[in-house]
Design a protein around this ligand. Structure first.
Ligand SMILES: Cc1cc2nc3c(=O)[nH]c(=O)nc-3n(C[C@H](O)[C@H](O)[C@H](O)COP(=O)(O)O)c2cc1C
Length: 173
């Protein structure tokens, strides 16, 4: 895999009417990206097709969010999440993402499909705080399972305190 870009503090903002669309196979390998996806990520179509979707993974993103994402879509359900992405030039861009499983005519899972739009600034502000806390918990508890366990516990505790499920929480931001 190519070397990870060095993250900068430069933010790219998705246009109001813009949608980023991408498709992956069952392993999260990119099989399609629309023009906005290519432009925002900064990679060429050739670089993106066949690459794992974690090519855009930003180090500020807690791993627990992706665990929740994969657990949900592999269980054939859709999920919505706020994601901070890392572009090729090191800049970042926030998206409000919907990720859905794709099925063939027999109902077999054949891949995943994602559409993202610009999040509300208030939502970004709220989620940034939560993600920072989750990331700290992951780092403190260490790589791998201990970190994941700690941040999952913290996420569940946060939701419990709010008396909400994950979905109700993210849609209310
Ligand atoms: C359809 C689809 C779209 C995804 N979009 C993104 C994305 O925009 N940014 C991102 O960091 N991860 C995205 N992911 C999740 C990645 O596959 C990956 O789990 C994540 O970047 C974390 O990397 P890791 O699993 O290697 O830890 C997407 C996954 C799927 C199936």
């Amino acid at each position: 895999m190519s070397i990870r870009p060095q993250p900068t503090q430069h933010e790219k903002i998705l246009g109001e009417g813009d949608f980023i669309v991408s498709k992956t196979d069952l392993k999260g390998i990119i099989t399609y990206g629309n023009r906005v996806f290519i432009t925002m990520s900064g990679y060429s179509e050739e670089e993106l097709l066949g690459a794992p979707h974690n090519i855009l993974r930003h180090p500020d993103m807690p791993r627990v969010v992706f665990k929740l994402l994969w657990d949900t879509i592999q269980a054939k359900r859709e999920i919505c999440a706020y994601v901070k992405n890392l572009a090729k030039d090191g800049s970042f861009y926030w998206v409000w993402a919907n990720i859905t499983p794709s099925f063939d005519s027999s109902g077999n899972l054949i891949g995943y499909y994602s559409v993202r739009r610009k999040p509300r600034p208030e939502a970004i502000q709220a989620i940034t705080g939560l993600y920072r806390t989750l990331l700290e918990a992951e780092r403190k508890a260490g790589d791998g399972q201990p970190g994941m366990k700690a941040s999952l516990a913290l996420l569940n505790q946060t939701l419990e305190q709010k008396g909400m499920g994950y979905e109700e929480f993210v849609f209310g931001l």
